[in-house]
Design a protein around this ligand. Structure first.
Ligand SMILES: [Zn+2]
Length: 147
């Protein structure tokens, strides 16, 4: 299970990546201590300016100190309200009928069973340390530290 700090940061970072790159599908996440990695479907490498913009927007959302809400929802209702954007690449088995949807208003909606802070301001500061584009898989990896 991903630790609370990195898990919370991943939701904020996903929102920024969706906004800046329009990359909406997460294919993987990784966490160790204060280090995390977000992998999304994408078709090219990104430049320094884009990296800085993602970082800036993520940290602005942290500075806003907005609530990270946890909604316990019936799956059908969650899909009706939020559509497919709550899902990552790998489908949740069809027998699961209740979902926890993590909501940062106007930013990120993602079902997730992890633990999260109550507000984004608790996260700290996100620093993107490395990106890597994997051409053969059409995946972009974004590694970050939290301080
Ligand atoms: Zn989460």
């Amino acid at each position: 299970m991903i630790n609370i700090k990195v898990d919370s940061a991943l939701h904020v970072l996903k929102g920024a990546v969706q906004k800046v790159l329009n990359a909406t599908i997460t294919t993987g996440v990784y966490a160790e201590n204060d280090h995390g990695r977000l992998t999304v479907e994408f078709d090219r490498d990104i430049n320094e300016q884009e990296i800085l913009e993602i970082e800036k927007q993520a940290n602005a959302k942290i500075q806003e100190n907005v609530p990270i809400q946890v909604l316990d929802m019936q799956r059908a209702q969650a899909e009706q309200q939020f559509g497919n954007k709550i899902y990552d690449k790998f489908p949740i088995p069809s027998h699961i009928k209740n979902l926890k949807v993590i909501v940062i208003d106007d930013w990120n909606w993602n079902c997730c069973i992890g633990q999260h802070f109550q507000k984004t301001g608790e996260i700290g500061t996100i620093k993107i340390t490395k990106t890597r584009f994997r051409n053969s898989r059409n995946e972009l990896e974004i590694s970050f530290d939290i301080s």
